[in-house]
Write a protein of this length. Structure first.
Length: 186
């Protein structure tokens, strides 16, 4: 695919492209292919869920030739996976002074079309998502599976800070502004 890649806020018309990428990686995971750092998608989103998230303005996309090739979104609605556990862990780390107080987005999702991995699209879509949501959220929470070493390494390049093993993955946090990122160095 040739053409210029555009990074922008996701629109409702992008929901199908996001869903296609999400389903591709979910199928790889279900089929047992966890090599090369494939995403750990224990929970796949339904198309109506993606429509709701994107329609309400909680996502960003990378587009080439009018096709979604990468996305990042915040899920403020659906209790997927271990969200309840994440909230408890974050509150505990705040109480212990490990993490700063603030409003945390506990559930994010990102993926890139396999043909476009390694081009920094997740970082670009994440940076735009931070900019768009900095008035609503102070910090984003990410959990990376133990076997996803590639994502663990690339997350550091994207500005995430790792806060160790939390029993079901590696906890990562990033601020929505540089000042908030500086607060993560408590």
């Amino acid at each position: 695919m040739s053409g210029e890649i555009f990074i922008r806020k996701a629109e409702l018309q992008d929901a199908n492209g996001i869903y296609i990428i999400d389903q591709f990686w979910y199928k790889k995971y279900i089929d047992g292919d966890r090599s090369n750092g494939y995403l750990y998608l224990k929970n796949n989103y339904t198309f109506p869920q993606i429509e709701k998230i994107v329609g309400d303005g909680y996502g960003t996309v990378a587009i080439i030739n009018e096709q979604v090739v990468s996305y990042y979104f915040i899920n403020p609605y659906f209790e997927t996976g271990n969200i309840a556990e994440r909230k408890i862990i974050i509150q505990d780390k705040i109480a212990k002074g490990i993490l700063p107080e603030g409003k945390y987005a506990h559930s994010l999702q990102a993926a890139t079309n396999e043909k476009f991995t390694g081009q920094g699209l997740n970082k670009k879509t994440l940076n735009l998502l931070k900019e768009l949501s900095k008035n609503d959220y102070d910090y984003f929470i990410g959990i990376m599976s133990y076997d996803n070493i590639i994502t663990q390494k690339s997350s550091l390049k994207m500005g995430w800070r790792h806060f160790g093993d939390i029993g079901f993955g590696i906890l990562a946090v990033t601020g929505t502004t540089e000042e908030r990122n500086d607060n993560l160095n408590l």
